[in-house]
Write a protein that binds this ligand. Structure first.
Ligand SMILES: NC(=O)c1ccc[n+]([C@@H]2O[C@H](COP(=O)([O-])OP(=O)(O)OC[C@H]3O[C@@H](n4cnc5c(N)ncnc54)[C@H](O)[C@@H]3O)[C@@H](O)[C@H]2O)c1
Length: 687
């Protein structure tokens, strides 16, 4: 509830630049006379209910009438804005001067963070509580500073829609601990924060109709709410709460993205006078990261993780590598709206290779209380080498894989291992939170190479050929040094005529393990027996009469022999991928799925056993070829630590990106038909 308001006549008002989505297309379009009339009408509506003070406008500062953004007044202190947008910065000087002359203490907010006054800092009437908008204009750090400076409880609310760029465009606190607001302007956690402070009967969610007409941008006076618009539903609710909605059309100001509240700065906050110990959930930590931050795009990726995670940052140090072979270093202060958010953001940053800078601490360990269930805030692993600090020493985790937890054995020689949640035993110690965890910085989020073949012009065809030649060269080298190549393949390999080429690779010693599902083996054996794949004659490309039964007959026959190896030994299967695997002792694992026919006796239908079989075969791999199998390839990717060369081939660019973009340098994605790829690869390996 305001009793004194500061207004600024719109003598020099206009839309002169674009700094929010409302201004777009409106430069030079305001009508001076109508704007002045609307403003006068607003002043008249206010004057009976509050004391109005006036600051003279300055020429060249068209947004100065939006006094709410000038700063925040609390007790005898004026905290001036630090505008994010340069166009509005010159306004501050005029407001500072005005408040100085009236004997208020002008206290600049410490730090560097931007702060746009009451636009993003709304006092709950009658309480020492400040709702702090951030995410578009005001920084989260500013709210942390405000809490300290003013001794006030600050609840940060993140704005996620640029049209609601200030908190006062979508949120309005009312006396009696009530609020009305537009929920779609906030992220989920902010809505939870509102709900935690305001019981359901004291809050009202307005619809888009209200929000887009600046209904929330209201001035709350004794018994009245002055606003540009109020729908029937909102008006009814306001009346039920004892406020008369007073509608003042302010269309001229909406052209610049402001309405009633924007045009008035509250000069006192009766009832919010008692200073409290500042309580704010906002937390911060400093992290350091070193590496190819610029050319790999890692720096951008890290900063994005902070803002997308609902946090804010300040780069304290940035030392770019000045030569191609020199690493860059950054020290970044991460600010988050709550301790929980901070942990979540830090976990992501640590997973990307950053380290918490200050006072190194041991990892926090919690014992497993229930078999196969991790403590709630377990740290989850990535594919990157991970160290855990145990009694002052960094210990490298073994069995690195994604989506595992870190189990610590606290013996004289502490040990750390990655373990799946389902395998946890009661009493085992698990790393929780992000303290004392670091990962090896070998990340390069944009280093992923992808080559389009079917998708673009002929020049990219040549690029795919070159990429295949390079892969063939690598495969030859792996084979020469006795290394391990694992192939993950789907039945598409067979349908597209790639079967004989893959069989050839197995026969020539280029495949040390084969991973797939029932479909791969079923259609491969179908082809070996009938020359068809899913009933299509692969030589002629024609449907064979009754051919859809062929794969069932193949499965049936293998079942009759008791398994693939037995069927090969008996001479029932005489060619194909599976045949060559059996003949050359190349181990394979076939994982079952809901859509399997049969299945073949070799197909492992116990999911956990199938995952274990895959993991065993991946161990020690130098290279993995993922051939047109989204399901199995994703499974394999999660089990594979960074450092293993991955080649992903799929017709769908989205699948290739998903599979190959592991944030590490060793992936190559190829968007092409897998049959063509295998054809080219086989030819390149012959050559
Ligand atoms: N008869 C059967 O028992 C049978 C038949 C088929 C699949 N399955 C089972 O279903 C599960 C999933 O099968 P999946 O791995 O085939 O499916 P998937 O959807 O996981 O992967 C198929 C991938 O192939 C890609 N693709 C399609 N055409 C392509 C082409 N010409 N070139 C390159 N890429 C191409 C798709 O984009 C997709 O990413 C497996 O367990 C499999 O064994 C069983």
């Amino acid at each position: 509830m305001a009793s004194r308001l500061l207004l600024c006549p719109p003598r020099f008002y206009g839309v002169a630049y674009v700094i929010n989505p409302w201004m777009e297309g409106n430069v030079g379009r305001t009508d001076d006379t109508e704007a002045m009339e609307q403003w006068e009408a607003l002043r008249t509506a206010l004057v009976d209910r509050a004391a109005i003070e006036i600051i003279e406008p300055a020429p060249g500062l068209p947004d100065m009438p939006f006094t709410a953004n000038a700063g925040l007044v609390l007790d005898d202190v004026f905290v001036p804005a630090r505008f994010r947008v340069p166009q509005r910065r010159p306004e501050t000087r005029h407001f500072v001067e005005w408040f100085r002359q009236r004997g208020l203490r002008v206290v600049e907010l410490p730090g560097q963070g931007s702060f746009e006054g009451e636009g993003d800092a709304l006092v709950q009437p009658g309480q020492r509580l400040l709702w702090g908008g951030y995410g578009v204009r005001t920084s989260l750090d500013a709210h942390r500073q405000l809490a300290e400076l003013l001794g006030i409880d600050v609840v940060p609310l993140r704005l996620v829609d640029e049209r609601f760029y200030h908190l006062d465009t979508c949120f309005c606190p009312l006396p009696g601990g009530r609020v009305f607001y537009y929920p779609d302007a906030f992220d989920t956690e902010s809505l939870e924060r509102i709900a935690a402070r305001v019981p359901p009967e004291r809050r009202f969610e307005v619809a888009a109709d209200d929000a887009l007409r600046f209904a929330c941008n209201a001035i709350v006076l004794d018994g009245a709410v002055v606003t540009n618009f109020a729908s029937a539903a909102l008006a009814e609710r306001l009346r039920a709460w004892g406020h008369e909605p007073v509608v003042c059309p302010l269309g001229q100001f909406i052209l610049a993205g402001g309405a009633a509240k924007c045009l008035a700065l509250q000069l006192d906050h009766p009832g919010a006078r008692t200073r409290t110990r500042p309580v704010s959930e906002i937390r911060e930590r400093t992290v350091e990261v070193q590496g190819d931050l610029l050319d790999t795009g890692l720096m951008n990726a890290l900063l994005d993780r902070i803002t997308e995670g609902g946090g804010d940052f300040e780069i304290e140090v940035f030392r770019p590598g000045l030569r191609h072979d020199q690493a860059s270093l950054a020290r970044v202060r991460v600010i988050a709206p709550s301790p929980r958010r901070l942990d979540a953001i830090l976990a992501q940053m640590i997973q990307a290779g950053a380290r918490v800078a200050e006072d190194e601490r041991d990892a926090r360990l919690e014992a497993v209380a229930q078999e196969g269930v991790a403590p709630a805030d377990f740290y989850s692993t990535t594919i990157f080498p991970t160290d855990v600090r145990v009694r002052g020493r960094w210990v490298r985790a073994t069995g690195q894989r994604m989506d595992a937890v870190l189990v610590v054995e606290e013996s004289a020689e502490p040990r750390v291992a990655c373990r799946l949640i389902r395998d946890l035993r009661r009493g085992e110690l698990i790393v929780c939170g992000v303290e004392g965890v670091r990962t090896e910085g070998m990340h390069a989020p944009h280093a992923l190479e992808t080559f389009g073949f079917m998708t673009a012009d002929t020049s990219s065809e040549r690029r795919v050929e070159l990429a295949v030649e390079r892969i063939a060269w690598e495969m030859r080298r792996v084979r020469e040094r006795g290394g391990k190549i694992v192939v993950v393949a789907s039945p598409v390999v067979i349908h597209t005529g790639g079967g004989p080429h893959l069989a050839g690779l197995v026969a020539r010693g280029y495949v040390q393990a084969l991973l797939g599902g029932n479909g791969l083996a079923a259609h491969d054996i179908e082809q070996a027996m009938f020359g068809t794949s899913l009933g299509v004659d692969l030589k002629r490309g024609l449907n064979v009469e009754g051919g859809h039964r062929n794969h069932l007959m193949a499965i049936n026959l293998v079942r009759a022999h008791g398994g693939i190896a037995q069927a090969v030994a008996a001479g029932a299967v005489r060619s194909g991928v599976m045949y060559e695997c059996v003949r050359h002792d190349v181990p394979f694992a076939l994982a079952g799925s809901i859509r399997d026919d049969g299945p073949l006796p070799d197909t492992i239908v116990d999911l956990i056993a199938a995952q274990a079989a895959y993991a065993r075969l991946i161990e020690g791999a130098d290279m993995i070829l993922m051939l047109a199998s989204m399901l199995h390839s994703i499974g394999v990717g999660n089990m594979t630590p960074a450092g293993v060369r991955l080649i992903c081939v799929d017709i769908s660019p989205a699948v290739v990106t998903k599979l190959a973009d592991r944030g590490s340098v060793e992936s190559t994605g190829i968007v092409t038909d897998v049959g063509l790829f295998l054809n080219l690869l086989a030819a390149a390996l012959e050559g």
